[in-house]
Write a protein that binds this ligand. Structure first.
Ligand code: XMP
Length: 507
């Protein structure tokens, strides 16, 4: 178990991912809220921060429970923090200390730098520099511009580095974390998808006993993997509900339901399309649509859940990025919880306790856990799809006719991506029905019909995204097929906007 203390760096989550890639479990906690079970953590990493240690409102945590008592790795701000308060000096730097640099000196015979040689590329991102090392420190490495790039404190297992081992551009960063965590801190790298499944299933058994759990399946990766884990633990005491809101992709409801049944899940499909579409009639405001869909979903789900006698728990596919307590940078160094649609989504009138077996996993870890339980790779590789579905891809008001036009267009596009080996190269794709009619000509007839936009983006987390440079021939073929086959559409455009400043969805 590794504890990562977050000082608000944009890279903190990356540290966690790198540590987990070494098959070592870790948790992120805000710097000003040490976990109660501190003794369970075998090593601590201090993250970077947008603050300067010299700033008045910079994080200045009390590390007396940690320093000298556990192996400690201080990254960037962490390294400056140790220096500043332990007899060293930190000052604004006057040389360029952003981006790539190369190690020009490494002290010999140090386990910390095992397998890393002079010349190794590291990534810097700081505006202060460590002018002199803290008391008891030994210099371990330098770069051309930064003399004090790494140091350790004698007679402690305390290491500090000015660069960021967690970013991809630090080419030996993973080796360094390996040297520290496995070599120096002697942590066993035994946290794997299989071990996660085994421990989680036994914890769930213990926690849930003979209780019944209700879970809403969405067809997405997270809810599916959560369901399979719960199913392994409590079998038929897991009651899954899969709601068709009428805004899913073409044939999605039937095919996914069949897939769930094939997996042995106890699942009830509820076709509430009409109820959703009626509630949405006439609404064209994007947030208005989202609210209606959220409300109707809760009503439908609650009706179903109430039919399951004595249900005690609500299962959810919440994942780690939704729950990490992050250090709020804009509002000062106070800890806030990110608001997200999956967190706190439990309506008051559903008096169920919540069980979230994936709460500590990142998305790619959820996929690996799913893979280790034998889930269909196609299901695990699915693109994300928004909860409100096609409703936010039909600009303006929603009618059944528009939904079915968009389903046809979307199916041609998505199947085309799959058939041409492009689907897995794209993070998310879909079609948008625009509130625009334009003139066309088909045969000898003038047409005045709808326009659709195609969108395909690459991204890692949906926070930033860029449009994908799909081959022209593919776009040409897709456009022809859409216009020829989908009645009511006479024009196709391709969205070439990045996020920011655009967003992935149009609403
Ligand atoms: P944007 O459009 O904000 O989308 O760039 C980022 C990611 O979030 C998805 N998205 C939603 N997902 N409910 C959801 O469950 C929503 O209301 C919603 N809006 C956007 C979007 O598909 C993309 O993956």
């Amino acid at each position: 178990n590794v504890l990562i203390l977050d000082f608000g760096s944009q890279y903190t989550q990356l540290i966690a991912r790198r540590v987990r890639e070494l098959n070592i479990y870790c948790e992120i906690h805000p710097y000003n809220k040490l976990p109660e079970n501190l003794s369970d953590f075998k090593a601590v990493v201090l993250s970077g921060s947008p603050f300067s240690v010299r700033g008045e409102d910079a994080p200045h945590p009390d590390l007396s429970e940690i320093r000298g008592k556990k192996p400690l790795l201080a990254v960037c701000y962490g390294a400056q923090y140790l220096a500043h308060f332990s007899g060293g000096e930190v000052a604004p730097s006057n040389t360029r200390e952003y981006g790539r640099a190369n190690l020009s000196f490494i002290k010999g015979g140090e386990e910390f730098f095992n397998g890393i040689s002079v010349g190794s590329q590291v990534w810097m991102s700081h505006s202060d520099t460590i002018k002199s090392l803290p008391t008891g420190a030994v210099l371990l490495a330098s770069t051309g511009d930064v003399t004090n790039a790494a140091y350790k404190i004698e007679n402690e297992e305390t290491y500090a580095i000015q660069f960021h081992p967690e970013v991809y551009h630090s080419t030996d960063g993973k080796q360094l974390l390996d040297n520290f965590l496995i070599g120096i801190a002697k942590i066993q790298p035994n946290w794997t998808p299989n071990s996660f499944v085994d421990t989680t299933v036994s914890e769930l058994k213990e926690k849930l006993g003979n209780d019944k759990v209700v879970l809403g399946l969405s067809g997405g990766v997270d809810s599916t993997v959560a369901a399979v884990l719960l199913h392994k633990a409590i079998g038929s005491n897991l009651y899954c509900i899969f709601v068709n809101n009428g805004l899913l992709r073409k044939n999605e409801f039937a095919s996914v339901l069949q897939q769930y049944e094939g997996m042995g899940l106890n699942v009830k499909g509820v076709d509430a399309s009409a109820r959703f579409l009626e509630a949405l009639a006439g609404e064209s405001d994007p947030e208005g649509k989202r609210k209606i869909i959220g409300r109707v979903f809760i009503e439908v789900f609650d009706d179903e859940a109430n039919q399951i006698e004595d249900a005690k728990w609500l299962g959810q596919g919440t994942i780690y990025p939704d729950v990490i307590e992050s250090v709020s940078v804009n509002g000062g160094p106070s800890a806030t919880i990110k608001s997200h649609h999956n967190v706190g989504g439990l309506p008051d009138f559903m008096k169920l306790k919540v069980v979230e077996p994936l709460k500590m996993l990142f998305k790619d870890e959820v996929r690996r856990v799913g893979g280790s339980m034998g889930l269909d790779p196609e299901l695990l590789g699915r693109h994300p799809f928004p909860g409100p579905g096609l409703a936010i891809r039909i600009l303006g008001d929603i009618t059944p006719e528009k939904v079915s036009i968009l389903q046809e267009v979307d199916a041609i596009f998505i199947n085309g991506l799959k058939e041409n080996g492009l689907y897995d190269k794209v993070w998310q794709a879909g079609a948008i029905l625009l509130p625009v009619q334009s003139v066309g000509v088909m045969g000898d007839e003038r047409t005045y019909e709808k326009c659709v936009a195609l969108r395909a983006v690459e991204s890692t987390d949906g926070m930033t995204a860029d449009w994908v440079n799909l081959p022209y021939e593919f776009l040409q073929k897709t456009s022809n097929e859409i216009i020829n086959k989908v009645k009511g559409v006479n024009r196709v455009v391709y969205d070439i906007s990045s996020k920011p400043p655009a967003t992935i969805e149009w609403e």
